[in-house]
Design a protein around this ligand. Structure first.
Ligand code: NAD
Length: 481
């Protein structure tokens, strides 16, 4: 059985209760984890609070070295960790390996920043006086992580928090705790003082809620649904915690008639069907100019037909590409309901639109990659976040129409434009209501750039040197001599 990691030790819940983690491809139990309660979270928070003074006064270089070392230790178990991630999450092995690679890249990036934090010296109007801005870590940080990219989304919180001198309690999603626990055990072997980096497993409404409410926690980094995010903001902000929210998305992709169509097709395919479409940052509404619409839809459908649902631990026969199951039964039911709603409103299925048939699919939550056209703007697939392999494609007559419809969403995470025309590019960068705009590029969160949303996609930024700003408080100092 996997265990929580608190104050330098692997521990059970105080109740001794456990939860099973099941493989979404076949329903088999992968392992069990402690079913933590508030008291377990309190133990971890207390340990993190006790470790803060020492860790925040450790030299920046030493913190950086420990982060580099921890990345090395994680790297040493690259293969078993990727396999474990596939078994608990469902994604194909190659995608798990890519996720782990992204986690390591992010950790290296932020470890490099740890010793490069700068403050400021400021001239003041007062006589014989000057000001300084120094930057102080915040204290205990709660990192609340979803199940779709459990490793990268843990890394984007843990890395900058530790680099800046904070201590951390991680709360992984209940269905994907295993690879996260192993990573935290490995990272701790780098020599972090006891209590600096902890992980507590258990239900979000219990363990997560304790992190939101406990006054010793001074910072919450949350990634998850917008509805949960709203609750997180209400509870954590009422205790004056610093909060960042990385929430849902419904990214528009705009394809103009002068775009490189084969490249745009690949961008749409990977951008939508990676992780079986269970990504915050994904092409969820595709707006294609009238002149290239038919060719684009046909070209994309031909490529998407190569996806073959199946167990992520097995490979599809070339030229097919493996697509894993959806993560839970509820996730699949929601996609099915969104597809049915669109069809009821007049949409047409270009490809997919159902579960795959066959004995090999009976035990997993598989769904076919799906493309819809003629979807009206009031359909659920347009208004809501679609968290699965479902892509509605819309015909538009010009860029103004595309941008207006792209912005007609409560979300504002990613967006992209595919064109060679600099005026179109300018307009899209300026007018798309989103935290990120990609130009002729795949929707991908680079560690080097700030990443986050606007509107119901949340606030605050992860990634980039900017991420560190959310883990430090500037302190104004006046010196008179
Ligand atoms: P979720 O909101 O259900 O859960 C996220 C995490 O919050 C889990 O660890 C859960 O246990 C915890 N939680 C639940 N209730 C809580 C509470 N009351 N207090 C504290 N914690 C609580 O989201 P999910 O279904 O795991 O993830 C999918 C969602 O995440 C999608 O909407 C997706 O778009 C979003 N997401 C956003 C980003 C981003 O960077 N913007 C990245 C990935 C996923």
């Amino acid at each position: 059985m996997a265990k929580m990691f608190i104050a330098g030790e692997s521990v059970d819940s105080v109740t001794g209760q456990t939860t099973e983690v099941r493989n979404p491809a076949n329903g088999e139990v992968v392992d069990t984890v402690p079913k933590g309660i508030a008291q377990d979270a309190q133990r971890a928070i207390d340990a993190a609070a006790a470790a803060f003074d020492q860790w925040s006064h450790t030299s920046a270089e030493e913190r950086a070295n420990m982060l580099f070392k921890s990345a090395e230790l994680v790297e040493s178990e690259r293969k078993p960790l990727s396999e474990l991630l596939t078994r608990e999450q469902g994604k194909p092995l190659q995608e798990s390996a890519t996720e782990l690679e992204h986690f390591l890249h992010g950790l290296h990036f932020v470890a490099g920043l740890a010793s490069k934090v700068r403050g400021a010296q400021v001239p003041l109007p007062a006589k014989n006086a000057y000001g300084m801005v120094i930057r102080k870590p915040l204290g205990v940080c709660g990192a609340i992580v979803p199940w779709n990219f459990p490793l990268t989304l843990m890394g984007t919180k843990v890395g900058p928090a530790l680099a800046a001198g904070n201590t951390v309690v991680v709360k992984p999603a209940s269905t994907t705790p295993l690879s996260s626990i192993r990573i935290i055990e490995l990272m701790n072997q780098a020599g972090f003082p006891k209590g600096v980096l902890n992980v507590v497993t258990g239900p979000g409404g219990v363990v997560g809620e304790e992190l939101l409410k406990n006054p010793k926690v001074r910072r919450i980094a949350f990634t998850g649904e917008s509805g949960t995010g709203k609750h997180v903001a209400e509870v954590a902000c009422s205790d004056f915690k610093r909060v960042t929210l990385e929430l849902g998305g419904s990214d528009p992709m705009i394809v103009c008639d002068d775009a490189d169509i084969p490249k745009a097709i690949t961008g749409a395919m990977v951008g939508r069907y990676w992780n079986a479409g269970q990504a915050c940052l994904a092409v969820k509404r595709l707006y294609v100019f009238d002149k290239v619409f038919d060719a684009f839809v046909k070209g994309l459908a031909d490529k998407v037909a190569r996806y073959q649902p199946g167990d992520g631990l097995t490979k599809a026969e070339k030229p097919n590409i493996r697509m894993g199951p959806l993560h839970t039964a509820a996730q699949r039911e929601e996609i099915e309901a969104q597809v049915q709603d669109a069809i009821d409103r007049g949409a047409h299925v270009v490809i997919g639109g159902a579960r795959p048939e066959g004995k090999e699919y009976e035990r997993g939550f598989f769904y076919q990659p799906t493309i819809l056209v003629d979807v009206p703007d009031d359909a659920r697939a347009v208004q809501e976040e679609t968290f699965g392999p479902l892509l509605p494609i819309f015909r538009v007559s010009n860029l103004d129409e595309a941008i207006e419809r792209a912005n007609n969403s409560i979300y504002g995470l990613g967006s992209s434009i595919w064109t060679k025309n600099i005026d179109n590019i300018d307009a899209a960068i300026d007018r798309l209501q989103a935290g990120n705009v990609w130009v002729n590029s795949l929707h991908y969160g680079y560690d080097e750039l700030p990443f986050g949303g606007v509107k119901a996609s949340g606030f605050g930024r992860e990634h980039g040197p900017e991420a560190l700003d959310y883990y430090m408080e500037p302190k104004g100092v006046v010196i008179t001599h």
